[in-house]
Design a protein around this ligand. Structure first.
Ligand code: KIV
Length: 272
């Protein structure tokens, strides 16, 4: 099929909506730093998520809970400085929006003001409705996130696939409709059965971006370091790797060490 939105110079929430309407899939990846974001900016990636997965990937934490708003702002502003085309979405970290809509708005405003990003993302459905409503009143676009919501890992107790039972599946469907009605421009649905994600994508009019949610959704998101083969020992079924960059870096560094120790580097052309 023709890619209708490839020529846009800036991806906006409206462009994403158009892509859903025309059946063009949305490609989304994470980034947390200027160098990687600059590489992504050489492509036609539609959405860049400055995910709170930075807690795992950049900071080595086991969960996403410890990352702070200040840290997310540093990551996000570095990404924004490199990106011209993609829509940049920033995750609101754990503890900055749950249960206090005033704090949620203040946190979202800080993200938008201090990073120059295009939108924020937060996890949860009905329980964070008031926070979403308040953020939207400031004109800040909100992306939802349902299914496996890593900030609730201590409640779930596992990163296993969610919503295999009807009760949880119905709750996610209910929440997806709530997020659409309140005015979210899109939502991520993580690690749920493909049929459930497909049903939600066909029922709601806003784009559904899946991760471990099958192909019947409106787009896909992966963590950049996972799909490039930089992350070690993280091989969920849904992950397709598109490179072995971790091995490439190891080999390059090994070669550098050998060259330094053997006085092969620098040679006469590499000195003054
Ligand atoms: O933080 C993140 O990277 C995410 C994606 C996995 C959707 O939320």
């Amino acid at each position: 099929m023709a890619y209708l939105q490839t020529d846009v110079t800036k991806v906006t929430t409206r462009v994403l909506q158009n892509m859903k309407v025309h059946g063009e899939k949305i490609a989304m990846l994470t980034a947390y730093d200027y160098s990687m974001a600059a590489i992504l900016n050489r492509t036609k990636i539609d959405v860049i998520l400055v995910g709170d997965s930075a807690a795992n990937v950049m900071e080595g934490y086991k969960t996403t809970l410890p990352i702070t708003l200040d840290e997310m702002i540093v990551y996000a502003s570095s990404v924004v400085r490199a990106v011209s085309r993609a829509l940049v979405v920033v995750d609101m970290p754990f503890g900055t929006y749950q249960g206090n809509s005033k704090q949620a708005l203040a946190s979202a405003i800080r993200i938008m003001k201090e990073t120059g990003a295009d939108a924020i993302k937060l996890e949860g459905g009905e329980e964070v409705l008031e926070s979403i409503q308040r953020i939207l009143t400031a004109g800040i676009p909100v992306m939802g996130h349902l299914g496996l919501t890593p900030q609730s890992i201590n409640k779930f107790g596992t990163y296993a696939v969610r919503a295999t039972e009807e009760e949880e599946a119905n709750r996610i469907i209910h929440d997806a409709h709530i997020l659409e009605e309140v005015g979210c421009f899109a939502m991520v649905i993580e690690k749920v059965p493909a049929a459930l994600a497909g049903r939600i994508a066909s029922e709601v009019k806003i784009p559904i971006i899946g991760i471990g949610a099958g192909s019947q959704v409106d787009g896909q998101v992966l963590v950049l370091q996972d799909m490039l083969g930089i992350t070690q020992q993280f091989k969920p079924r849904y992950l397709r790797t598109y490179g072995n960059i971790g091995d490439d870096i190891t080999n390059a560094v090994q070669q550098y060490i050998t060259d330094v120790k053997s006085v092969d580097f620098p040679n006469t052309r590499e000195q003054y």
